[in-house]
Design a protein around this ligand. Structure first.
Ligand code: SF4
Length: 466
């Protein structure tokens, strides 16, 4: 109601513009109608795979005799040749209208059921006749590091691998899990809608022994149905190369232990995030670079995943910094906040989320002041002086956004939070901790660059004089 009031208030202040409503009359131009009769004048022999395609890609419309058919585009990709041919196919079976879907496919509506076999045969000819649209194998991904300058990890690379593995097991036909969704984003911005999927991932970076390692944060329990009923909550960050194994483990256990028709999200809630995290804990460990260098590259990219020219440091003390400890402790705390949220304890969840941000901030401060006390007021003051005012903590694109989460949570700490607000605080704490990881990596990189820089000329001459 408050939002509505604000919108109306804003509208009052605006000058009337015909453009606001003129377009309404043109909406009828987009009205769809079917072809008067099927394009196929006689029965057509179905192409190989028609049965499976019809099972996953075809939906009967309410209007008798008509169906909607999805055209599967793995990773949303289509070539210009296929696009032109598809336009011709559309005109043949459904006039001019085709829709794109949020799951990166095309949708053809008003297909005469009698035309389905012919439509599929034509799609197969241009390599667009795959089954599995809108099933678990139809993994959605944003561009990630392929083409997005904000990308941290290869969302498309991971999605391609997952799709291949899940399809090889024919999971798109498994009634128990075929309707689950897996969605991947290259960073927290969520263009891949990872937060709405039952199993979602977003790319994050971790610095381990001076190497940058691509990771994905695992979010479980989102619901894309019922108007995106629930957002998934984070379980932890897993190295990118272990995500396929993570998915296998989650699905195997769900299939083994689900009760009756229990949905995946209900299953996760029942066994508890603590248990899920324990189940994945060993997958979160990154082997040393000399044991398995593959962990230090991303999917579809053979190059070492580094920031600039980071190399192994010479100083053992650098291997695990005080900030590493602080941020790791913060991750544990925010995970506990999630558990409290699950138990319905909004007040304690919000407090724990604030505590996790303070712990992460304190960890960063320790890189400059080892003796920083545990007092929140002191942490906030030093964080402002060292990381906010200097913009050291600022995200290159989101600016001060994540730092402000800390101050807002602290200023409102005495208010009684609703469960929605507590949920928001937990999510903000996760983003704050990710920003702390990124800030830490930038600081380490800066330190190394300074170490490698040759001494200034006047410094050399001074020592020569001495
Ligand atoms: S989620 Fe991040 S990486 Fe993916 S498209 Fe959006 S901004 Fe780019």
């Amino acid at each position: 109601d408050e939002f509505r009031r604000l919108v109306l208030e804003e509208r009052e202040a605006l000058q009337e513009d015909p453009k606001w409503t003129d377009w309404i009359d043109s909406t009828k131009d987009a009205a769809e109608s079917p072809l008067e009769k099927p394009a196929s004048t006689e029965p057509v022999a179905s192409a190989q795979g028609f049965e499976n395609w019809a099972k996953t890609n075809v939906y009967r419309q309410r209007q008798p005799g008509f169906a909607a058919a999805s055209v599967t585009l793995p990773l949303g990709d289509i070539s210009s040749y296929q696009l032109r041919q598809l336009a011709t196919i559309c005109r043949r079976y459904v006039k001019d209208t085709i829709r794109t879907t949020v799951e990166q496919n095309f949708l053809l509506r008003w297909v005469h059921e009698l035309d389905l076999a012919a439509l599929h045969r034509d799609l197969v000819e241009i390599a667009l006749g795959d089954p599995g649209a809108q099933t678990i194998v139809d993994v959605t991904a944003c561009p990630g590091t392929d083409t997005c300058k904000l990308g941290i990890a290869s969302a498309r690379g991971l999605a391609a691998v997952l799709r291949q593995r899940l399809a090889a097991k024919n999971l798109q036909y498994d009634e128990a899990i075929k309707d689950l969704r897996i969605k991947v984003s290259g960073c927290f911005n969520a263009c891949g809608q990872h937060h709405l999927a039952e199993i979602g991932f977003y790319g994050v970076g971790r610095t381990i022994n001076n190497y940058k390692v691509p990771h994905f944060r695992v979010l479980l329990g989102g619901r894309w149905t019922e108007n995106a009923k629930a957002f998934g909550l984070s379980i932890g960050a897993v190295p990118s190369k272990r995500i396929p194994e993570t998915v296998d483990r989650l699905l195997d256990r769900y299939l083994r232990e689900r009760q009756n028709s229990e949905h995946f999200s209900q299953f996760v809630t029942r066994i508890g995030k603590k248990e899920v995290k324990a189940m994945l804990q060993d997958l979160m460990v990154v082997p040393p670079h000399d044991v398995d260098p593959s962990f230090y590259t991303d999917w579809s990219d053979a190059r070492q995943f580094t920031i600039g020219d980071i190399t192994a440091g010479e100083c053992a003390g650098e291997v695990v910094s005080l900030a590493d400890f602080g941020i790791a402790a913060a991750e544990d705390e925010v995970f506990e906040a999630q558990l409290l949220l699950d138990e319905g304890n909004a007040r304690r969840a919000a407090t724990k989320a604030l505590g996790s941000m303070l712990t992460a901030a304190q960890g960063l401060i320790k890189m400059q002041n080892r003796d920083i006390a545990d007092d929140p007021e002191l942490i906030l003051a030093e964080f402002r002086e060292r990381f906010y005012d200097t913009k050291l903590f600022f995200d290159p694109f989101a600016g001060s956004k994540f730092a402000r989460y800390l101050y807002i949570a602290y200023e409102t700490r005495n208010e009684e939070p609703t469960s929605e607000l507590a949920h928001q605080r937990v999510e903000e704490a996760q983003l704050f901790i990710e920003a702390a990881h990124a800030c830490h990596a930038r600081m380490l990189e800066g330190q190394r660059k300074r170490k490698r820089r040759p001494p200034a000329v006047d410094a050399i001459s001074t020592s020569a004089t001495l």
